[in-house]
Each structure stands twice: as C-alpha cells, then as structure tokens.
Design a protein around this ligand. Structure first.
Ligand SMILES: *Cc1c(COP(=O)(O)O)cnc(C)c1O
Length: 389
C-alpha cells in the first residue's frame, strides 16, 4: 500500500533516550526543559527570534486571531484545509472568501480590495503547499486598510522567502507540526511574531491566561501548551531536517522527470524562494481524468488525496460565495504520494499508471457511470507551471 503521506519516524533509541530523561525528571508538561530546548533549537534552525510551541496548528490560528483582537469579517482563502476557516468561525468571526490565483493557488491579492468592507479586520491567508503568497502585495493592502495579516503557514517548515523563513512574515504566522507535516511533533504547532507585546499576550493565552501562579492577564486564556513527549519527537526530527528536505527535493524532481509532457501542470512557485517540497500537487486538465487516474491508482493500492476538495466556501457554516477559479482548481487538483520512505521504484510505478491512463483511455466505472475519456486532441493547459530549475 502506498498512502499519500507517511509520518517521518526517527530512530526509536533516540526517542527513548529523551523518554528516559523525562522519567528521571518526572516533569511531563507545563513548560518543561524539552519544550524550552525545542523552542530554542527551532529559533536557531529557522533563524527567527521568537516562537511559541503550542498544542497544534489549529489552536495556533485561534490564538493568532484572538491575540490580535480580530472581531468581524476576515478575508481568507477557500483553497486550504478546513482549520483555516473553522478557526476563524470558532473565534466568532466571519470568513469572507476571495478567489485564488490560477497559477499559484494562493489568495489573489488583486481581488482582496473588492471584498473589504467597514467590518473587515484581518486577512488570513494560506501559503498553499508551502509556496508563499504574494506577501508584498498583501502587506500593502493591509497597510492601506489597517488590517491585520495572519499567515496559515502550516505547510511551510523549511521554506525560505527572500532569504528568511517564511514564518517571519505577517503580524502572526502559524505552523502545524502535525504528524503528516514535513517537520512534526506528532501533534503540535507554533505561533510566530516579531512584536514582543503580541508574543507576551500569546504566551499568556497559551497557558490559561496565567501571568503568575495566582494572577491572570486581563483577557481569558486557553490551554494551548504542548508537552515534553511531543517536544522530544520534535528534537529527534529536527536532527533529520536536512535529510528530510533533501529527500523531498529528490523525489519531486524524479516526479517532474517522469511526468514531463504528461498533461498536468504544477504550481507556479514564487520567486525568491527556497522551497520545501512539502507536497506533490498536480493539476489535471479535467476532473474526469483526475478521477480516472485516482481510480486506476487505487486499483494498485496507491492512495492519493484531493487537496483541497471541496473548497471551504462549501462548508455548511459559511457564507456561500462563488469562486470560479478556486472551484475549478479544487476539482482538478490531486496530491501524489510523497514521503521520506517512498522509494523511486514506487514513484516510477505511480507514474507508469498515470501514463497508461493517459495513453489508453480505457473506460472505467466512476460512481456507477461509465466514462470514456478521449484525450487524444486535448490541449495542454496553458498554466504549465514552471520554474523547477
Ligand atoms: C494541517 C493544517 C492545519 C491544522 O494543523 P493541526 O496541527 O492539524 O491542527 C491548518 N491549516 C492548514 C493549511 C493545514 O494543512
């Protein structure tokens, strides 16, 4: 079986060494030494001044919205994981969707201003698949309209933009260290900000609003802290980051080579970028072709995933919005398997199956309908993503 992703696991001995030290100290959680060590090592690794390790990436988003005092409308993208929208709604704000750019799949800055009203307070944008948004354009709009900017940078560990970690941008950036992410602590996440005052607020909020054993901040807090065991996993995994990033790069280039001239396109990567290859998204020409490929792959026990389908604008608790680009992309986008232990022969098999579908167009049964796809004279999508040097 080849899943779309598998978590990276360090050597068990390495993890056990940390576990033994936890047993010796009997300090399991509440800002323990391993949590501190992880925060310091992450700061060093990412070359970033401050970050707070939190329980997960969803709480990181919620803390960001709360700490910035955002209430009202929040401009966001529907092409993301549900947590991007659910955290906005959970914080009592209204997600307002703006369509995405057809080449980068990130929120389209040219469409943001039209969505701004007197109630707009913030922009929550996802750096989709680890590829940074048009950060300068978004910041210019935010400055002009006095909006806060939060980046859902859940996919971005290891991505550098203009020679800085992409976590350095926005009023607050958030990361997820969930087991499926490139760097993980099993469950976990982080918030990043340059503003010392905001960091203080965030740190208090992370720990029930305590600012001393018997005293509390003026606003309520929540329990968003993380524990020694998760920090131990992070410390183990951090040792392997170069290897993890290198392996993703190698596998991704292998895919590009095997899928050269295959009728799919790839995201257009931002300039000034050192990319982490967090995912391997491919954009098919049609949904039919995507479904056919998925079906064929599943026949060989290879499981891809439709990131992100359906668009978040289809959630039951949000304002329905027409987003032609997002809806179209969402139907045609598939993430192919990509993980540290994926081997190149499996990757070759995946690509061979895809080629077979494209070359032979066999009829298959999808949702009990027989579909025969003629792809003989279809044009290659002009959005042919580019720039993989
Ligand atoms: C994974 C993910 C999250 C949620 O992170 P958790 O740590 O699982 O809570 C949020 N946004 C995006 C875009 C994600 O991919």
């Amino acid at each position: 079986m080849i899943p779309v992703t598998k978590p990276f696991l360090p050597q068990m001995e390495d993890f056990n060494r940390y576990v033994s030290s936890i047993w010796e100290r009997q300090w399991l959680t509440n800002n323990g030494p391993l949590v501190n060590e992880l925060e310091l090592k992450l700061q060093e690794y990412l070359n970033i001044k401050h970050l707070l390790f939190v329980a997960n990436g969803t709480l990181a988003l919620q803390l960001a919205i709360k700490a910035l005092g955002v209430r009202g409308e929040v401009i966001t993208t529907a092409f993301s994981y549900v947590a991007t929208s659910s955290s906005i709604a959970w914080e009592g704000c209204v997600p307002i969707y703006v369509d995405i750019d057809p080449e980068t799949f990130n929120i389209d800055p040219a469409k943001i201003e039209a969505a701004i009203t007197g109630k707009t307070k913030a922009i929550v944008a996802t750096h989709t698949f680890g590829n940074p948004c048009d950060i300068d354009a978004i910041q210019a709009i935010a400055d002009k309209h006095k909006l806060k900017v939060i980046y859902d940078a859940a996919h971005c560990f290891g991505t550098m933009y203009k020679n800085k970690s992409v976590f350095a941008y926005g009023d607050i950036s958030t990361a997820s260290f969930h087991a499926t992410k490139l760097f993980h602590t099993i469950e976990g996440g982080a918030v990043f900000s340059k503003d010392p005052n905001l960091l203080k607020i965030l740190a208090g909020m992370r720990n029930f609003g305590h600012n001393g054993p018997e005293t509390f901040d003026k606003r309520p807090g929540i329990n968003a802290k993380n524990c020694e065991f998760h920090a131990a996993m992070g410390l183990c995994n951090l040792e392997h980051m170069e290897e993890i990033l290198e392996r993703r790069r190698t596998l991704s280039y292998h895919y590009y080579k095997r899928l050269k001239n295959f009728k799919v396109s790839f995201p257009k990567l931002n300039d000034n970028l050192d990319y982490n290859f967090a995912y391997f998204p491919v954009l098919f020409e049609t949904e039919e072709l995507l479904l056919l490929c998925m079906k064929r792959l599943e026949g060989s026990k290879i499981y891809c995933r439709r990131y992100f389908y359906p668009p978040l604008s289809a959630l039951p608790y949000v304002i329905k919005t027409e987003l032609p680009v997002c809806e179209d992309i969402s139907r045609r986008m598939l993430c192919l398997p990509l993980y540290h232990t994926l081997n190149t022969s499996d990757l070759d098999l995946i690509c061979r199956i895809l080629w077979r579908v494209q070359n032979y167009q066999e009829p298959v049964v999808i949702n009990k309908r027989k579909i025969k796809i003629d792809i003989s004279n279809r044009h290659i999508n002009p959005i042919n993503g580019h720039s993989f040097p």
